[in-house]
Design a protein. Structure first.
Lengths: 23, 349
């Protein structure tokens, strides 16, 4: 699968989503 | 964004496959008269020695079997259930001397921990949870996650089991829709994934209980079951099975699927479909994934095995002694495949 299909990828997705999600 | 782009793996013809890749190592017969429902393998300490044991579940009894030097199995302990039948074994990864079971009729009504008294002398069971339980999974670090519904809402609960079966509880933020299955995410500690009845994948932070993301994975296959999830290079890879998939010609019937999801954008693509070989009929009934191997019992009564890296079915195990297979599990203690029939026969390959 190409990266373009999935949008920008972040290696630190878990930490980033944890800081954005409501507590 | 769409899983329509899924590539079809090379589908070898049926007659090029045989169970020759599988070697029958041993067999055990549960003499209990009731219907056999599940099997698992785990480490259990017996007389000071950790043994790779097999756990069998019949409707009203769960038994622990110890290996003998002769290649045979000896029943060591049995736990009996008088009122509610056993639905499934819930293995606890990385835990010795403790296994959980889910009991109920159509839906799970109880989860119990099975253990032995500290001197190893007698069987003990501890009631952990009751209710309308939809999904349960044993997690690392002696944790057990389960989801249950009340009239108004859904509860997703993590229990940490202490020695002796007593527990600590923590709740995860529930999604609006019912959770069907859970999977730990290899490569990302403290991430838990769930599939929902609306074909969404949800991710939680196990430490904080936060619901991090809800991602729709398309409507090609309803009620997908998640067998494995791992995180690599910023993407989440998920192995799903499709109990509701229709048979498709000429490519065959899709049984498992690997999809890649970007958790940041919630976009997903299909990577691989794992289909039955040409000439084989059937849909997924139940199955198990370990490392890069997937095994499924099909509606035809046959067991099929896929190498997820090669992308195709590598072995077919037809019904033996005119008895359809009814469940299949990979061993948690070695590279064995455990295949079971309703009448209590367990074959170890």
């Amino acid at each position: 699968c190409s990266q373009a299909d999935l949008g920008p990828i972040s290696i630190n997705w878990f930490e980033e989503l944890s800081s954005e999600a409501p507590p | 964004h769409s899983i329509e782009q899924t590539e079809l793996a090379d589908v070898p013809a049926c007659d090029s496959l045989n169970p020759g890749n599988l070697q029958l190592v041993s067999k055990l017969k549960n003499p209990s008269g009731s219907c056999s429902v599940d099997v698992s393998a785990m480490w259990w300490e017996i007389a000071g020695v950790k043994e790779p044991c097999i756990i069998t579940a019949c409707e009203y009894a769960v038994s622990l079997w110890k290996p003998l030097d002769t290649g045979q199995w000896e029943k060591m302990y049995s736990w009996h259930f008088a009122e509610v039948p056993v639905l499934q074994i819930v293995p606890m990864p990385d835990v010795c001397n403790l296994v959980c079971v889910a009991l109920g009729n159509l839906e799970i009504r109880e989860i119990r921990a099975l253990l032995c008294s500290s001197d190893g002398g007698c069987e003990k069971q501890v009631l952990l949870r009751t209710g309308n339980i939809h999904a349960v999974l044993g997690l690392t670090k002696r944790r057990l996650v389960s989801s249950s519904r009340t009239l108004c809402d859904q509860q997703v609960e993590i229990m940490t089991l202490a020695e002796g079966g007593s527990e600590e509880k923590q709740f995860l933020m529930p999604p609006e829709e019912t959770v069907l299955t859970f999977a730990e995410v290899q490569g990302t500690q403290e991430a838990l994934l769930g599939t929902t009845i609306m074909n969404n994948i949800v991710i939680w932070n196990l430490k904080t209980g936060q619901l991090l993301k809800k991602m729709h994975i398309g409507d090609s296959y309803q009620a997908s079951v998640c067998h494995k999830a791992y995180s690599e290079m910023g993407l989440l890879f998920v192995v799903l099975s499709h109990p509701c998939a229709k048979e498709r010609e000429p490519s065959g019937s899709p049984v498992f699927q690997l999809i890649a999801i970007n958790p940041k954008t919630a976009l997903s693509v299909g990577v691989m479909l794992y289909c039955l070989p040409q000439g084989q009929a059937g849909r997924f009934l139940e199955g198990d994934v370990k490392d890069h191997f997937a095994a499924a019992v099909l509606t035809s009564g046959t067991i099929a095995i896929w190498d997820l890296l090669l992308g195709h079915c590598t072995a077919l195990l037809p019904p033996i002694s005119d008895q359809n297979w009814s469940f299949v599990k990979w061993s948690g203690t070695d590279s064995h495949l455990l295949a079971g029939q309703k009448d209590g026969n367990i074959f170890v390959y």
